[in-house]
Write a protein that binds this ligand. Structure first.
Ligand code: CP3
Length: 370
């Protein structure tokens, strides 16, 4: 439950609403997470702050991606600017799923063009033993400081999301050392030494629970777990090697804080994602929203699921695609509009703004009768 009263954050003397009557609790986004009725369908977009946006590129020109993540005032600025510019119904803190692996002893670099690189990947049971348990989440204080600053700057009825990578997606980076197509190292460790695999996944999960709760403590109203690459797994492997860990993380998040559980390529895993948990399940665009929601069950909220490439099409197509998704949601409570994955760097920003308007307008119209 969301606890009563106001939390006080020491030096900053920042007051974050934590009761069940305030404007954040009753915002359209939070109501949708709880499957309550809403005047229109809330929308936000994964990677809404990023290179497709001029304001972001200007900030990024002055410092590296990791430096930006570690400078709370700028990370907060980028978060707030993106949410305000787009007119979305939630902000998401500017950070990265890989920040948490540094305090585990992994050397992380974001190289131009190649994406994330980990210089000392975990490939064996011995490597797993050398991973550091996150005892003190203070190593990630810059994220919590950014959340406090962003929360203070955002409109008082605009929720702020925290997030983390889900255990499997994080493990895939930790073991592969970067992006991967076939996840050969990851699956080899999983199959050849399941003891070491589960030890690593448990260690990562314990760190994630501390990390997510510290984000909530700092002022995030809801959190999202990104299991971006989980679609590479067979359903049986997901059940055996991943589900128990993801479930532990979701159960470990402070009660009353909605958890969005998102993955891509999950058409064959939806029932299992649901079993692992989450108040909201994020769908990618390869599954129809109505079919996916039916399989998940209408007693759980869903988020999604426009193809990010629809944002490159003309306005008529974009509007028609958005309409199709709203129709598939069928006026049920508990739909949060989003893309099926993150905004691509080349996306025209005007189209993103047009989408936000279209979703608000069309979903409001269809509720006139209610
Ligand atoms: O949604 C938001 O606006 C919040 C910011 C956010 C970023 N990364 C910023 C970012 C979020 C939620 C993430 C999550 C993340 N990071 C995921 C899961 C989401 C997904 O898309 O599935 C993953 C897999 C990562 C790891 C990661 N970080 C990758 C693969 C990359 C891209 C590398 C590249 O060069 O394209 C990053 C870097 C990154 N994270 C950027 C941003 C804006 C681009 C960095 C830059 O400015 O150059």
């Amino acid at each position: 439950m969301i606890s009563e009263g106001i939390q006080n954050f020491g030096v900053l003397n920042l007051k974050v609403e934590s009761n069940s009557t305030g404007p954040l609790h009753n915002s359209v986004f939070m109501r949708a997470c709880r499957r309550e009725t809403v005047p229109y369908t809330p929308i936000w977009l994964m990677r809404q702050a990023g290179r497709y946006m001029q304001e972001y590129r200007e900030v990024r020109a002055r410092l590296s991606f990791l430096e930006l993540c570690k400078t709370p005032s700028l990370a907060a600025e980028v978060t707030v600017t993106a949410a305000e510019r787009l007119g979305v119904d939630a902000a998401i803190i500017f950070a990265d799923i890989l920040l948490i692996i540094e305090p585990m002893g992994l050397q992380l670099e974001f190289s131009k063009g190649d994406g994330p690189l980990i210089h000392n990947p975990v490939r064996s049971a011995t490597d797993v033993k050398h991973l550091r348990e996150i005892e003190d989440i203070g190593a990630l204080d810059f994220v919590f400081a950014a959340i406090r600053e962003a929360r203070a700057a955002l409109r008082s009825d605009l929720p702020l999301l925290g997030f983390a990578g889900a255990p499997f997606t994080l493990a895939s980076y930790i073991v592969e050392g970067g992006a991967s197509k076939n996840y050969i190292h990851t699956k080899s460790l999983m199959y050849n030494d399941s003891g070491a695999w589960h030890a690593m996944m448990s260690l990562v999960s314990r760190g994630l629970i501390k990390y997510l709760n510290a984000q909530v403590e700092a002022g995030a109203q809801a959190v999202q777990l990104f299991d971006s690459w989980v679609g590479t797994l067979s359903p049986d492997d997901y059940r055996e090697y991943v589900l128990p860990h993801t479930r532990n993380v979701i159960r470990g998040v402070r009660a009353g804080t909605p958890v969005i559980h998102f993955g891509t390529g999950t058409s064959s895993l939806l029932e299992l994602l649901r079993e692992a948990g989450g108040d909201v399940i994020g769908l990618d665009w390869r599954v129809r929203l109505d079919e996916g929601w039916k399989r998940i069950g209408h007693d759980t909220a869903v988020m999604g699921n426009l193809d990010p490439v629809a944002l490159f099409a003309n306005r008529e197509h974009l509007r028609a695609q958005a309409r199709l998704l709203l129709d598939q949601a069928g006026g049920r409570t508990g739909h949060i509009f989003n893309l099926g994955h993150g905004i691509l760097p080349e996306t025209p920003v005007e189209n993103v703004i047009a989408l936000v308007h279209a979703v608000h307008e069309m979903s409001q119209e269809s509720r006139v009768w209610s």
